[in-house]
Every structure is written in structure tokens, then in C-alpha cells.
Design a binder for this molecule. Structure first.
Ligand code: GDP
Ligand code: IMO
Ligand code: MG
Length: 426
């Protein structure tokens, strides 16, 4: 069946949104399956920038049905603000479908996220402080509030009372916060939020199954990335959901047979926001140049991203974990000025060489990079649209990465604009 997954192969911000925006031209539905408004997906269309947090990146096309699946955690205030902002720009959001089983991120989740980070001090995760971790924790603890609860005021009030009976203990006794009044929050949600969210709630699972059976292509848009994954990432410096491709199934309610394409998105170098290991990190003038040229500041929080060389060990592992069928390589143009480009081809840990991530997480912290070096092309790639027009050095760099990852690069981006990309034939 015609299902495609777009998944980040690094630590996020690889350019998933912009690739989805291009691939969505040939799709009928675009589905977000996990994460929440910790994501920031940027699209640049005709010079206008759209920074999406919750709404799938297919929203800009009239022919696409954007779907927020059951695996997403939704801050309803952010969702409504995003709908309003897009409507002001002339984008119609009436087609948006929201799963009734998606969980809500509510103000007390955000407060808990902020207080937990403050308490961790120097050991903080560096979260986006959006309340994502506490919302997923409540889901697993079975005290979460779901989108469908908004449709039943009495039930919503009961659920909020039992959730806050637990969460207020934490807020008051551990963090010295005054706590959140469940009835005041219920009143506000019933009065201001529910009537505006209700029209978007629909049978997302039924809709997706009918579409797939009718042969319509469905695109699943991952947020965050493989190494921020709760199971497969650099725990505990991860997010609280599973961004890997496998979760596209769980987070939208379909089975494995529906997927025939997994596009791994990889930046031509590497970035990370927040704490945690980073084997190829650059704390020198090359790093400053990559931050400057690549504008490596968070779409969402404005934080300066940490930068480093492409890490083929991580990429290889990501290809395995997600069963990537192809790679989209983004931000190649950011390397334009460099004389020399490095790629980490293996790790050395305690004198032993690793081609994949060492199986014990703590070994990652001690890993030393083994580098291969390449001459840069030192030419502006931002206008290149055909493979034949790429400099020889750029073609060699791409081919080397392909061999390192063991899957073809089918898509190369050379600028943030919608048309700034090259497609490599199969
Ligand atoms: P996402 O979270 O994976 O969707 O990525 P973000 O939108 O957070 O970050 C990617 C950033 O790089 C955005 O500002 C994009 O506009 C920009 N971008 C995407 N592709 C390219 C590219 O090929 N070249 C350049 N220079 N910028 C790009
Ligand atoms: P997109 O979809 C980059 C990072 C945070 C922090 C960790 C946990 O735009 O690629 P959280 O708020 O999720 O509990 O934070 O995960 N993080 C991201 N980094 N891109 C993202 O999303 C991210 N979403 C979360 O910086 O290190
Ligand atoms: Mg982002």
C-alpha cells in the first residue's frame, strides 16, 4: 500500500518539514504521528516563511488532508493559535483532522516541564519546556486528558480532577508551586477551547484506511529524530516519544503492510539542541561558520544549535532502526565555503573500532571520532538544479555518504526555498 514515512536520522531540525512540503505534492494525506509543539518545521515558499509546530507540513496544498494522529500530544491553545496564524496568511485549515485519541498538553504540563528542568540545574535535558515529557508521562500513567474528553464536559471535569489530584501533589510538595485549580481549568477548556477544537475532531483511523485501500499516497511526517527517540536515542537526553519510523504505525493506527517508502532526512553536517553526547561536535571557527551560514538557531525556541561534522556511524544506525529506503540530504549549500570537509566513519571506544553505535549507551560518551577528509568545492550551490551541474567534489561527497549509509541519496537540498533541491533518479 502507498505509505511513505519521512523521519529525521540525526537530532532533529534536518529539514523534515521542507522535504515533506516537496513530497506532499504527490500525496493525498500528510499525518503527524508523534511529538507535539516541541517540533518546529520550516517551509519557505515564494520568500514567505511558515514555521509549523503541530499542523502537518502538507497544509499549504489544497489537495492534501492534514491529519494529527493519535500518537501526537496536542496543546489546544497552540493548535488554535497556529490555525489562526495560518488563516491570516490565507491558508485554509478547514481540512485538518484531529484524532480523538491524541492526548492534550495542558498548562500544568508546561509548568512541570519548566520546574523539572530548573531543579536539574547543570544536569538539565535542555527540553523545549513545552510540557511534552509530562504530557506523555501522564498518558503512560493513565491520567492523561484526551482530545475526545473535550466533547464531554462532565467527563472532562472528572478526569481533570483526578489528574490534578496527583499532579498538584508534585507541584506543591516537590516544587513549592501553588498548584493548578482543576475546576477553573475545566471551565476555561469547556468555554473557550472545546467549541473551537470540536469541528476538527474526526475518525482519522477510518479515514486513513479508506485512503490507503483506495491507493491514495499517505505521507507520515516524523517530528524530532532517531537520536532523540525515547528508546533509541541518547537517553536521557531525548524527547518523550518515539520518532522512529516504526511509531508512524502506532501513532496513526495503521499496520506495517501500509508502508513502501521510508525517507531518512539527513543534514550534510550535524546539529543538536539541548544537552547530551555529540562525538563530532565543533567548538571552533568552522563550527561558528556552520552556525552562521546554516542559521543554526532553533525554529521553536531560538536557541543556538550545537554543530559538528556528519556522523556516518549514527546515520548507518538510523538506516537500520528506520529501515530507510532512501535518504534526502539537506543543507549541502552550507558547506560551500569550506576548504576541507570531514565525515566521521567510525568510533573508537577503549581501543576498539565501531561502525555502528556501541550497544551500551555509556560507551557513546567516551567515543572518539575516526574521520575521512574531503576537499571542499568552494562554490555557491544555491542555484544548482541538476546533478550534472554539481561540482565534482560535491558529487564525491554525496557518493561517499551513500556508500557509508548503504542506501541511495534521492534528494539533495541546496537552500531553504521550495524549489532549491535536486532529485536523483532511481
Ligand atoms: P525540521 O525540524 O527537520 O523540519 O527542520 P527545521 O525547519 O527546524 O530546520 C531546518 C532549517 O534549515 C530551516 O530554517 C529551513 O528553512 C532550513 N533549510 C532546510 N533545507 C535547507 C537547505 O537545503 N539549505 C539551507 N541553507 N537551509 C535549509
Ligand atoms: P523538530 O521536529 C530539535 C530536543 C530538545 C531537548 C530534547 C527534549 O523540529 O526536529 P522535549 O521538549 O522534546 O522534551 O526536549 O529534545 N528537541 C528537539 N531538537 N528538533 C526538534 O524537533 C526537537 N524537539 C525536541 O532540544 O534536547
Ligand atoms: Mg525543527
Amino acid at each position: 500500500m502507498p505509505g511513505s514515512i519521512v523521519v529525521g536520522t540525526q537530532w532533529g531540525d534536518e529539514g523534515k518539514g521542507r522535504v515533506v512540503d516537496v513530497v506532499a505534492r504527490e500525496c493525498a494525506h500528510v499525518v503527524r504521528y508523534q511529538g507535539g509543539h516541541n517540533a518546529g518545521h520550516t517551509l519557505v515558499v515564494d520568500g514567505e516563511t511558515f514555521a509549523l509546530q503541530l499542523i502537518p507540513s502538507g497544509i499549504l496544498y489544497d489537495h492534501v488532508v492534514p491529519i494529527i494522529g493519535n500518537g501526537v500530544v496536542v496543546d489546544p491553545y497552540v493548535l488554535l493559535a497556529e490555525i489562526d496564524a495560518l488563516s491570516e496568511k490565507g491558508v485554509d485549515c478547514a481540512r485538518l483532522m484531529l484524532s480523538p485519541q491524541a492526548h492534550l498538553v495542558l498548562p500544568y504540563h508546561q509548568i512541570l516541564d519548566e520546574l523539572a528542568e530548573a531543579q536539574l540545574g547543570a544536569n538539565k535535558i535542555g527540553t523545549t519546556k513545552r510540557g511534552i515529557g509530562p504530557a506523555y508521562a501522564d498518558k503512560a500513567s493513565r491520567i492523561g486528558i484526551r482530545v475526545e474528553d473535550l466533547l464531554d464536559p462532565d467527563h472532562l471535569r472528572l478526569r481533570l480532577n483526578s489528574a490534578l489530584a496527583e499532579r498538584n501533589v508534585l507541584l506543591r510538595d516537590v516544587y513549592g508551586h501553588e498548584g493548578v485549580d482543576p475546576d477553573a481549568l475545566a471551565d476555561e477548556l469547556i468555554r473557550e477551547v472545546a467549541p473551537r477544537v470540536a469541528p476538527y475532531i474526526g475518525d482519522t483511523i477510518g479515514h486513513l484506511h479508506e485512503a490507503l485501500h483506495a491507493g491514495q499516497r499517505v505521507l507520515f511526517e516524523g517530528a524530532q529524530a532517531t537520536f532523540l527517540d525515547l528508546d533509541h536515542g541518547t537517553y536521557p537526553f531525548v524527547t518523550s516519544s518515539n520518532p522512529v519510523a516504526g511509531y508512524a504505525l502506532v501513532g496513526s493506527g495503521i499496520g506495517p503492510g501500509a508502508i513502501d517508502q521510508v525517507i531518512g532526512i539527513a543534514k550534510a553536517y550535524l546539529t543538536r539542541v539541548g544537552s547530551g553526547p555529540f562525538v563530532t561536535e565543533l567548538n571552533d571557527e568552522v563550527g561558528d561558520l556552520l552556525v552562521d551560514v546554516g542559521r543554526e538557531y532553533g525554529t521553536n525556541t531560538g536557541r543556538r544549535r550545537r554543530v559538528g561534522w556528519f556522523d556516518a556511524v549514527m546515520a548507518r544506525q538510523a538506516v537500520r532502526l528506520n529501515a530507510c529506503t532512501e535518504i534526502a540530504l539537506t543543507k549541502l549549500d552550507v558547506l560551500d565555503q569550506l576548504e576541507t570537509i570531514k565525515v566521521c566513519v567510525a568510533y573508537e571506544v577503549d581501543g576498539q573500532r565501531y561502525e555502528y553505535l556501541p550497544h551500551l549507551r555509556r560507551m557513546h560518551d567516551r567515543a572518539q571520532p575516526v574521520y575521512a577528509e574531503f576537499p571542499g568545492w568552494q562554490r555557491d550551490l544555491s542555484e544548482v538544479t541538476k546533478r550534472e551541474d554539481l561540482p565534482r567534489e560535491a558529487v564525491e561527497y554525496i557518493s561517499f555518504l551513500e556508500r557509508q549509509m548503504g542506501v541511495p541519496v534521492r534528494f539533495v537540498c541546496v537552500g531553504p526555498g521550495r524549489e532549491q533541491y535536486l532529485r536523483f533518479a532511481a
